[in-house]
Design a protein around this ligand. Structure first.
Ligand SMILES: *Cc1c(COP(=O)(O)O)cnc(C)c1O
Length: 486
């Protein structure tokens, strides 16, 4: 399997190269040349690690299959407490695919616990000996998940950039207390898009690349623009399907709908890949918060990033430039020139409009909707009071939107992307309690109010010393990159 750039099909690379490099040199994203067709029935017989290995093998064809099996077994066993791909009943035909049982309590662990292993192996496959400097722009969860995955990995240095005040206090502390000799964390003045744009600028800067190369350092990305982030996420769509099959809720071949709380469009795009590989996915419902740029796009074909930015209670979805949409645009147009033109327009004018045919192709698979802050809070409360199901703010966005798209006789799987204890003040307030200012007091109050226990990795943050407090401007990200000691 080869991969090529969404903006230039002549740039072909192996899976190892795609993972080691992250982004194509001219700014495009790597996509697989085809969608491997799989035997869904056979895959559904496998346990989570074996299923993951089987799917990874389809794409990472230049990796040793035994390595992939070992890496999957190591990643999705104990670190997820035996709860990888956990599907919880909510009510009727609605299910929650709980993806937050990993070490940092957000779904990003599925990719970022595996990625470091894939990167080290990619460098081995390619015979590369340089140091890798990973730059990560994060709206909260990616940063911690990447730090946890990459800390103390030999030959790797990681720097994480998050928007000042753009994360929950728990998310900030998760990053600021990160241990490891090869990690650094910076707060960036501005919002997530400012941080992401700053990081992308460094990746695109040939002068910086040359100066780092002189010191035997190569830049790479752990954001979902890296193919290695997407492929592990395909697995849990199959796992959810397998669980419904096993529970007798569906027969092989029946459709299942998925509703995904969306920011950078990575998680939901993995569902699209699952569908293209032969999994009977019905609707892929794209759920947005008040930053509803994707809702507008999926309805009209006009993508307008230049608009007001809102800080919401679901900060990991506070994104106006959804990077992975570029991959979908490539898959529905099949044209690198068209994608390059659209992305050029987005960079210059802050907006673009797709032709009616690609829009129709997108709408054939994707539905959409969004939830206001009031609707998110009401959803958290309703789910708890009516269904006894406690969810976080991001998942609540998806529950709200899923409700509008339910189809009689078709299971609706809502991707539950974070532990409710990651956003304790918002969740507590939504349940109608006065939320203490302090996140840890809120966490305890939420435990008392619900009888649920906060994950130990979150409660334990209170005792950990903060290691990082630097605040920088987006323009300083380049300086930081050049100053890294990788
Ligand atoms: C990152 C994140 C999302 C959005 O996922 P994308 O792949 O960026 O669309 C949703 N919920 C939570 C909790 C997240 O951390």
């Amino acid at each position: 399997m080869q991969f090529f750039s969404t903006r230039d099909q002549s740039r072909r690379v192996s899976a190892s190269q795609a993972i080691a490099q992250g982004l194509s040199e001219e700014g495009g994203l790597f996509v697989p040349e085809s969608f491997p067709q799989v035997d869904v029935g056979a895959l559904c017989e496998l346990d989570y690690p074996a299923m993951a290995a089987a799917i990874l093998r389809e794409y990472l064809t230049d990796y040793d299959p035994d390595f992939l099996a070992g890496a999957a077994a190591q990643t999705y066993g104990a670190a997820f407490g035996g709860k990888a791909g956990c599907l919880a009943p909510v009510e009727g035909e609605t299910w929650a695919l709980e993806l937050w049982h990993g070490p940092t309590c957000a779904f990003k662990d599925y990719a970022l616990q595996l990625m470091p292993k894939l990167l080290v192996e990619a460098k081995r496959n390619l015979g590369r000996t340089e140091k890798t400097l990973i730059l990560v722009a994060t709206s909260g969860d990616t940063g911690k998940a990447a730090l946890d995955g990459y800390h103390d990995i030999p030959g790797v240095e990681i720097a994480v950039f998050y928007p000042t005040g753009g994360t929950s206090e728990i998310q900030r502390l998760q990053m600021a207390t990160q241990e490891g000799a090869n990690v650094a964390v910076y707060a960036v003045r501005g919002n997530f898009d400012d941080a992401q744009t700053g990081v992308k600028r460094v990746f695109a800067d040939k002068d910086i690349a040359a100066r780092l190369a002189g010191r035997n350092i190569r830049l790479s990305s752990a954001n979902s623009i890296n193919w290695g982030r997407l492929v592990p996420q395909i697995v849990y769509y199959f796992a959810a399907y397998a669980r419904l099959l096993k529970a007798g809720r569906i027969a092989l071949g029946d459709e299942v709908d998925f509703c995904v709380p969306t920011g950078n469009f990575g998680d939901i795009l993995a569902g699209y890949y699952a569908k293209r590989m032969g999994l009977p996915v019905g609707r892929l419902v794209c759920a947005s918060n008040k930053n509803n740029v994707l809702t507008d796009f999926l309805r009209t074909g006009a993508y307008t990033a230049r608009r007001e930015f809102y800080k919401t209670s679901s900060p990991s979805m506070d994104i106006l430039v959804s990077s992975n949409l570029e991959r979908l645009l490539y898959h529905v147009t099949g044209s690198d020139a068209e994608v390059a033109a659209l992305m050029g327009r987005l960079a210059r004018e802050g907006s673009y409009t797709v032709r009616p045919e690609p829009l129709a192709a997108i709408q054939a698979s994707f539905s959409c909707g969004w939830a206001s802050e009031e609707e998110v809070a009401a959803e958290i409360r309703t789910r708890w009071e009516r269904d006894g199901y406690l969810c976080d703010t991001h998942t609540a966005v998806a529950f709200h939107v899923a409700e509008q798209h339910k189809r009689q006789g078709t299971p609706m799987v809502v991707l539950s992307t974070a532990s409710p204890f990651k956003f304790p003040r918002s969740v507590l307030a939504a349940l109608g309690h006065a939320a203490p200012e302090n996140d840890f007091e809120a966490m305890q109050a939420l435990e008392q109010a619900t009888g649920r226990t906060a994950p130990a990795s979150l409660a334990g943050l209170r005792q950990k010393p903060e290691r990082f407090d630097a605040v920088i401007d987006p323009a300083q990200i380049a300086e930081v990159a050049l100053g890294c000691q990788a």
